[in-house]
Design a protein around this ligand. Structure first.
Ligand code: AMP
Length: 282
């Protein structure tokens, strides 16, 4: 497995690749969720590139940029075992050199859900992913359902900016009790980790009600809110049933596929999770 750290090297190595290229962008501190993306990329492409970059521009003031967990040696071992060919691990100065001033802004999607809580977050995400797409020129790029708004917004970006690639959304990998795997779970104590299973319990209840035929969005939101309220360790930030493409909150009857999503604070961590209603992930 090749470890690349500079833009010049990345461009040079990419030019030498013939055939299909699968790309898996990450911020490192890898877990089984990330590795599921790498394995799928391995199965579907001639070459696999993973990237590890904790992108400062997607963290707001007061967020956890400095504390974000890191373990590069372990990450490299896991990626090698998953069959990844190249890992791009640039420094911040390499991607944002002095004088940097180009940003990618989507008009509407960043104002919803996560974007409403984290101003500027998706500007940072859209910008870094555009740069990584230009650096790695994927045939297929792999993202997790776990960050559903990110995946939906990046699909829009891929179409809007005419990137010649397939953006593939992979199902959320969970702990046995349902908690979605996340690098940020490292901030939780063992007890908080158990209690944080309440996010998925609330989402599962919404999915089950939907399966039984419930189509009143407000009733699904109320059901999730009641389950979350019964766990004092979780402080919800939003509880949403939204249109799966526009991410607008659904009012009244659900006639289209929907994203059921929650964000909540548990201990030192801010956690997000979602399920899709009326459409398979992919
Ligand atoms: P991150 O390192 O948090 O930026 O995540 C890198 C990629 O892995 C993103 O596309 C995430 O959506 C995806 N990912 C994170 N957690 C999971 C999970 N539990 N299951 C599947 N994909 C995930």
């Amino acid at each position: 497995m090749h470890l690349l750290t500079t833009v010049v090297d990345m461009h040079r190595q990419r030019r030498a690749l013939a055939g299909s290229v699968g790309v898996v962008p990450t911020m490192g501190y890898l877990h089984e969720g990330h590795i599921s993306l790498a394995r799928r990329a391995r199965a579907e492409n001639d070459h696999v590139i993973a990237t590890i970059f904790v992108n400062p521009s997607q963290f707001g003031p007061g967020e956890d940029l400095a504390a974000y967990p890191r373990d590069l040696p372990r990450d490299l071992d896991l990626l090698e075992a998953a069959g990844v060919d190249m890992v791009f691990v640039p420094s911040t100065a390499e991607l944002y050199p002095p004088g940097y001033e180009t940003w990618i802004d989507l008009a509407d999607l960043p104002t919803k859900l996560e974007g409403a809580q984290r101003p500027g977050h998706f500007r940072g995400v859209a910008t870094i992913v555009t740069k990584l797409f230009n650096l790695t020129r994927p045939t297929r790029a792999y993202f997790g359902q776990k960050d559903a708004q990110q995946a939906i917004l990046l699909r829009r970006l891929t179409v809007d900016l005419n990137f010649d690639l397939d953006l593939i959304i992979c199902p959320t990998v969970r702990e046995p009790h349902g908690l979605a795997m996340s690098s940020r779970n490292a901030y939780l104590t063992a007890e908080e980790r158990q209690r944080a299973g309440v996010l998925y319990r609330a989402l599962s209840a919404a999915a089950e009600a939907y399966e039984r035929g419930e189509r009143d969005a407000e009733s699904l939101r109320r059901g999730m809110a009641a389950i979350l309220a019964a766990e004092p360790a979780a402080q919800p930030e939003y509880i949403s049933i939204a249109h799966l493409e526009t991410l607008d909150e659904i009012v009244g009857e659900m006639r289209v596929p929907a994203l059921a999503s929650v964000a909540a604070r548990v201990g030192k961590a801010r956690l997000i999770d979602n399920v899709w209603l009326g459409r398979e992930v992919g």
